[in-house]
Structures are given as structure tokens and as C-alpha cells.
Write a protein that binds this ligand. Structure first.
Ligand code: GLP
Length: 240
């Protein structure tokens, strides 16, 4: 595991964007998985900045997203799909047919998961970008999620609803379920970039990267990945 600690959030965003950009420059037809949440907003901005400065070609890139709230459409400004498109994908020369996102509005959610898995079976992910919840979740793989699951529907933990209350206005407005790429699939990606910022993530980062590997801390499984890079700001790294 590589651990990179930066003094400020912006330095972290730039360093992470350089990792992503490097991947695209050396392998233009890379398959990337993007993650939502507050943590990756700055990264997305810096990816766009580097794209403009260096004319990086994203035309062959295949983009996937990690998760989506059940019941939110891609037009909903709070959906992961809308945010990732607006923050980053819409600003790159990526082909719309190369963008794939789980369908939180599907009538048959299990079928939507199976279809997403089938698509991922045909696209080996080169680089998976991850954030982490304060309870150790990655994507919507909440504590207790078995490591062998592929894309599935998950009830969101009450801690997740609390964590997202500010964003949705209150905890009870947070959707109750999420559709998420499973741990099995995350672990199949060739490289993983785990990002965390701020004091609120310090304790879980310590547990996730040095603690026991257990489904109770889903991110702890990442210790077993051969090409994991953990990128932190000083505050998220303060308990290491
Ligand atoms: C969310 C998402 C994750 C995200 C995490 C961290 O619930 N499902 O993909 O990485 O929580 O969110 P934030 O970056 O806002 O702290």
C-alpha cells in the first residue's frame, strides 16, 4: 500500500488528479470508476483543469460510477450520476456512449445490478476512485456487507443517513437504499485510489488501513489489494 499525505485539501486534489491523468495519458482507453460525495469534488475540478492545460484526450476512456441512490434519477441534482457528470464528465471530451452509471430508477433493481455486472464483466477497471464513509463504507457497501458480493442493492446505514443529512436537508430525506458496485468487483480493479479528507475521517482511516480486516469495516478489505494508494490530507492522517 502507498500512503500519500498532503498538507492541504487542494494539494491532495491536485496529487490525486495527477494520478488519474497519468493513467489516461499512458492508457487512453482506460476504464475508470468515479465516486461521488464531498471528498471527490476538488479532485474532479483538478481533473478538468489538467485536461484543459494539457489537452488530455479522454475520447477513448470508459467511465463508470460506483453507486447511486435508489429513487434518484440522473436529472436529480442530488443524484450521484448528475453530480459526477456535472463536476467532471461533461467537461471532458469523453463520448457519451462510454459513460455507464447504475440506474437508481430501474423498476427491477436486481436486473439493473445484473446488467451493470455484465457490463463490468466486459470492462476490466484500470483505476477505481473511492471515498470512505465515517463508518468505513466504500460505495454503499455498508458495515456487515459480505466481501464476495457483486453490484447489489443495499439499505443505507443510519450513520450514512446522518452523514448525508446536511446534503439532503435532513437525515429522513436521505434515500433509504443505494445501488452499489460490490466489494468483489472493487477488489478486481487493477488499481485503487482511496481518498479521505478532514478530521471526521481520521479514526476510520486508521481502522481501515491498519485494523482488522472485517466486513464490519468494509474499507479494511482494501489492505489486501496489491495496488492500493491511500491519499489523505493532514487531518485525515492525524491518527496514523
Ligand atoms: C457516500 C458514497 C461513497 C462516498 C462516501 C463518502 O455515501 N456512497 O461513494 O465515497 O459516502 O462521502 P463524502 O465524500 O461525502 O464524505
Amino acid at each position: 500500500m502507498r500512503i500519500i499525505v498532503k498538507d492541504t485539501e487542494q494539494e491532495l486534489d491536485i496529487a490525486a488528479a495527477l494520478e488519474v491523468t497519468k493513467q489516461v495519458i499512458v492508457k487512453p482507453d482506460s476504464v475508470l470508476t468515479f465516486a461521488g460525495g464531498q471528498t471527490t469534488i476538488g479532485l474532479h475540478q483538478e481533473i478538468v483543469n489538467l485536461y484543459k492545460q494539457w489537452n488530455v484526450d479522454y475520447s477513448e476512456l470508459k467511465a463508470f460510477t460506483l453507486d447511486e441512490y435508489v429513487g434518484l434519477s440522473p436529472e436529480d441534482h442530488k443524484s450521484v450520476s448528475f453530480r459526477i457528470r456535472n463536476q467532471v464528465l461533461n467537461h471532458l471530451n469523453i463520448k457519451s456512449g462510454n459513460i455507464h452509471m447504475p440506474d437508481g430508477m430501474a423498476e427491477d433493481l436486481d436486473k439493473a445490478c445484473r446488467e451493470y455486472n455484465a457490463l463490468l464483466d466486459r470492462h476490466a477497471v484500470d483505476l477505481e476512485i473511492l471515498g470512505i464513509g465515517t463508518n468505513g463504507h466504500i460505495g454503499f457497501n455498508e458495515p456487515g456487507t459480505e466481501f464476495h458480493l457483486d453490484t447489489h442493492v443495499k439499505d443505507l446505514a443510519s450513520r450514512t443517513a446522518e452523514m448525508k443529512a446536511g446534503f439532503f436537508g435532513s437525515a429522513d430525506r436521505v434515500p433509504k437504499q443505494g445501488l452499489t458496485v460490490g466489494i468483489k468487483r472493487i477488489m478486481m480493479s487493477k488499481q485503487i485510489l482511496l481518498l479521505a479528507k478532514g478530521k471526521s475521517k481520521a479514526e476510520i482511516i486508521k481502522k481501515a488501513i491498519y485494523g482488522q480486516i472485517t466486513p464490519e469495516i468494509p474499507a479494511s478489505v482494501l489492505q489486501l489489494h496489491p495496488f492500493l494508494t491511500v491519499m489523505l490530507d493532514k487531518e485525515a492522517a492525524e491518527m496514523l
